[in-house]
Design a binder for this molecule. Structure first.
Ligand SMILES: *Cc1c(COP(=O)(O)O)cnc(C)c1O
Length: 410
């Protein structure tokens, strides 16, 4: 019997103090951002930053885009949450905007990229096992990919660092090197259910998939009856110059996932699929308490409407070309720079050595950006970024890279 005033320690120690009440899961920069508008952010000391990371491809329309803000404010006055046990007209509306503008027929709303990918994995297995009556379960992914942090999605991720200390991992995943067709063919077996991939490996270092390889993957899926799952969590919502990056490749995935840019900063994710997959996700097979609330789907609807009205994908395509041209003109042949690559406004500058210090120097010079792997600078401005803002960012970056490589040579 536990007496009411007695506390049983669950672990090894009593409560301890620390500087922060948060788990130290992030290596945070010493900057507190307190306000954002368009391409600009301000910290609590009044410093102003040009935002070329967008909360990692989230605020694709810039900070506080007017239409999304107005729609969310109006929805706040009406209704925030109802259970998915009821009809949710706002969710239907957001879903139909997604299906009208993509190759998908049906949408499942959730709250993050990992959850969207988790739903995709579950749907692929259930389609084979319940609809096709086979035992297929295995998902083939690619090394250097990133698919999320839940147990299934970190297992799908082709990078060992996210798996350390989390054994045992769920069964049924295999990774092969990107662009290695013989390895992919050899990995396909009687238990294979799906191939899951990004169109541009983003976290892995900004590697766009070769069109020829994509065509071959698509053909292998048809030949072996596999589902093709495309993870568009980072590449989706106009980022690469099309609403979804798979449109560049002339393919139609059976399933694709979206999250980061879907709500302009309101947390929401979605899994989209072809109509023939409906039979696999029947009532009770999958669900989410928060998935697709009136508030979240108001953000989705306003985001998609703004993307379409502003022709954000076309602008991202043009701005991306301009950004890459400017970077190439200024940096190609520079001893510290190996190359510039990307698709639309998902751009990487591969360098000869780690670039963490350049990111810090950027912050001191009023420019925010991130890395993609140790040696790659990743640039993710918002899709409505102006030419002047791109020029400003490029001139800061060029200065930083020159200064940094001068230091490296000493
Ligand atoms: C960020 C990301 C995820 C994970 O999204 P979360 O919302 O952090 O769960 C999955 N896949 C890709 C390609 C991503 O970039």
């Amino acid at each position: 019997m536990v007496k009411s005033n007695e506390v049983i320690a669950g672990g090894m120690n009593s409560k301890e103090g620390a500087e922060s009440s948060l788990f130290p899961t992030y290596a945070r920069y010493p900057i507190s951002l307190v306000k954002g508008e368009g391409s600009w952010l301000w910290d609590d000391k009044g410093n102003k930053y040009l935002d070329f990371m967008c909360g990692i491809a989230v605020t694709n329309l810039g900070h506080a885009p007017v239409k999304v803000k107005e729609k969310l404010k109006a929805q706040l006055d009406e209704l925030w949450h109802v259970s998915n046990l009821f009809q949710i007209p706002g969710q239907e509306k957001a879903a139909s905007l997604l299906t009208e503008n993509t190759c998908a027929d049906a949408v499942f709303f959730c709250n993050s990229g990992a959850e969207a990918n988790e739903a995709a994995i579950k749907l692929a297995r259930r389609y084979h096992q319940k609809v096709k009556g086979s035992n297929r379960y295995e998902i083939i992914t690619f090394t250097q990919s990133f698919h999320g942090r839940t147990l299934a999605t970190l297992t799908a991720t082709g990078q060992d660092k996210v798996k350390e200390g989390f054994l045992p991992l769920p069964a049924g995943f295999k990774s092969v090197p990107l662009h290695d067709l013989p390895a992919l063919e050899a990995a396909i077996g009687e238990n294979t259910a799906a191939i899951m991939m990004e169109m541009v490996q983003a976290e892995g270092g900004i590697y766009p998939v070769e069109p020829e390889f994509m065509k071959a993957v698509s053909e292998l899926c048809s030949k072996h009856g596999l589902l093709l799952i495309v993870d568009e969590v980072q590449t989706g919502m106009g980022r690469t110059g099309k609403l979804f990056a798979h449109e560049h490749y002339g393919i139609e995935p059976d399933i694709f996932t979206v999250a980061k840019g879907l709500g302009s900063g309101f947390p929401v994710g979605a899994m989209l699929g072809k109509g023939y997959l409906r039979d696999a996700f029947t009532a009770g097979s999958h669900g989410s308490t928060f998935g697709g609330t009136p508030l979240a789907t108001a953000a989705v609807t306003a985001t998609i409407e703004t993307i379409l009205e502003e022709q954000a994908p076309q602008r991202a395509a043009e701005s991306g070309l301009y950004l890459m041209e400017r970077l190439k003109a200024e940096l190609e042949g520079h001893s510290f720079v190996k190359g510039v690559r990307g698709l639309g406004l998902l751009v990487g500058i591969e360098c000869e050595a780690p670039v963490g210090d350049i990111v810090l120097a950027g912050q001191k010079n009023g420019l925010l950006f991130i890395t993609a792997g140790p040696n790659v600078i990743r640039l993710l401005p918002n899709l409505l970024v102006t030419k002047e803002e791109i020029d400003q960012a490029v001139s800061i970056l060029v200065k930083l890279i020159h200064e940094h490589s001068a230091v490296e040579q000493v």
